[in-house]
Design a protein around this ligand. Sequence first.
Ligand SMILES: Nc1ncnc2c1ncn2[C@@H]1O[C@H](COP(=O)(O)OP(=O)(O)O)[C@@H](O)[C@H]1O
Ligand SMILES: [Mg+2]
Length: 305
Amino acid sequence: MVWQEGRDALWRASSERDVSLHTGKGCADALRERGYEVALVDVDLEVAARLRESRIDVAFIALHGRFGEDGAIQGLLESMGIPYTGSGVLASALGMDKVHSKLLFREHGLKVIEYRVFPSEKAGRVTVGDLPFGLPAVVKPAGEGSSVGVHIVREADSLGEACRDAARYKGDLIVERYLKGMEVQVAVLNGEALGAIEIVPKHEFYDYESKYLPGGSQHFYPARLPETHYRAACDAAEKAHSVLGCSGVTRSDFIVPSDGSPYILEVNTLPGMTATSLVPEIAAGNGISFAELCERLLEGAALKA
Ligand SMILES: Nc1ncnc2c1ncn2[C@@H]1O[C@H](COP(=O)(O)OP(=O)(O)O)[C@@H](O)[C@H]1O
Ligand SMILES: [Mg+2]
């Protein structure tokens, strides 16, 4: 069973609905190709009733962003006793919350870029004086994804506007030191790193368009890092996956400056799974086809609470 994201205003509110719809269709096609009977469910406020009626064996979650990736749907499935793919309630919630995940990463010795957290009500009043690391800085909402609400601020004048925009989205406001380096993302499947891919965005950073428009970024797999730095990124991703208690597949985002240390940005507990997304690209680089990847995820479906 594959999920798609909902009709109701609540579900429409998720900024990542379009991405979810793509992922849902891609996975459904792949699983059908493998002989599974797949029902597509466009999730909305009636989801519990639909699940009861559908009598499905397993839920293959193909959602991104709020409600789908943050533990909400996972909690519903736990309550209904329906095994599901990917991470459980707590790991999903932590992965979606950049403030809490950073605390755990730091506690466990992963390198985290220097940052400050501000309540969104203070957004209009954040000044460069509040940032010990100065500019350039990166402003982002704690609880979004897909680069929604992310801004690189180079001039003191634009800090306020960037903060106000980020504050429109879920969670507190995070302002981080801007770190120059190679952008590397690592896929971890069932606890083991599959590999690290390098992203070269066409824009200033890996923003929404770079992520989802064809030709928006260039990818190099494997990432063009010396062996020891490559291994360090893979090890860090395995650790991040385990620290949050993730299951199934995750994709951890890093910036690797010239000294080779992987600085973790976040763990995505439901990474994009269209045929052209990064995790399938990494899997393909290891001889794992898209359909096989979907099947492996399906096989890992379980109740986790
Ligand atoms: N501290 C930083 N320094 C440089 N670039 C950054 C930094 N934080 C984020 N970025 C850029 O913004 C993108 C999105 O940031 P990320 O923290 O991964 O949020 P999202 O959940 O929206 O993907 C990154 O892929 C990277 O291109
Ligand atoms: Mg990211």
